[in-house]
Design a protein around this ligand. Structure first.
Ligand code: ZN
Length: 224
């Protein structure tokens, strides 16, 4: 069994299509660690494509903010403007789907998936093994997959737990503008991090056309 780990697609349909086209044969499942919407130009089509692929989807802070307004006051002005725009573009059914996404899921034995961290699924950023250790202390599974930081990483804790973050499909922040994702072999725990070039200019064109904040489009060129 091979699983594709995707996170923080952020309504970047062009990047998502490039990642899905890059998946090797034999991928049996897609796990998505939240923030499917927010920031980008194509929230409805991005959500529809992932649901059509029967992806496992958990809620991110942007998904909640778009669906219900929860946490919107914590966003910077550009993020808030995009989330508010997505709220109005999406139909009631899509908003209901986003609002109903669970905070955590166990898509395979031994694995929990969530957006930020197991102890604070919507908001905690985990950037090192020490933070991962605290965040996983009460977790029933030894392994978890997260997103939220937009930076690919694997953290191994002193008590033998593992946290994997595949990075962001739609808005990488590690200085590499290519879409990030990872392949996981759940049986062995082996993870392969992958990067895929996509047509960034096309995503930026759509963002401009849909009057999203310019800085959100500009940053895609730099992966920051
Ligand atoms: Zn995000």
């Amino acid at each position: 069994m091979t699983v594709a780990l995707l996170s923080d697609v952020h309504a970047n349909l062009v990047a998502l299509e490039a990642v899905l086209a890059d998946l090797p044969g034999g991928v049996d499942a897609i796990w998505v660690m939240g923030d499917t919407v927010g920031y980008g130009p194509d929230p409805a089509d991005t959500l529809a494509l992932l649901r059509g692929r029967h992806a496992w989807l958990v809620a991110g802070n942007h998904d909640r903010a778009v669906a219900t307004g929860e946490g919107l006051e914590l966003f910077n002005p550009a993020a808030r403007a995009a989330a508010t725009a997505h709220h109005t573009w999406l139909g009631a059914e899509d908003r209901d789907v986003l609002a109903a996404m669970p905070l955590t899921l166990v898509p395979a034995p031994g694995y929990t998936i969530c957006h930020g961290s197991p102890r604070d699924p919507l908001w905690e950023y985990v950037f090192d093994a020490r933070a991962a250790s605290f965040a996983m202390a009460d977790l029933a599974t030894a392994r978890c997959c997260v997103g939220h930081t937009h930076v690919p990483a694997t953290f191994r804790t002193g008590d033998g737990r593992t946290m994997v973050n595949p990075g962001s499909v739609g808005q990488p922040r590690d200085g590499d503008p290519r879409a990030a994702y990872a392949l996981l072999e759940p049986g062995t725990g082996d993870v392969t991090f992958r990067r895929v070039g996509y047509d960034i200019a096309e995503t930026q064109r759509r963002m401009h056309e849909r009057k999203l904040p310019e800085m959100l489009a500009d940053r895609l060129s730099f992966g920051l």
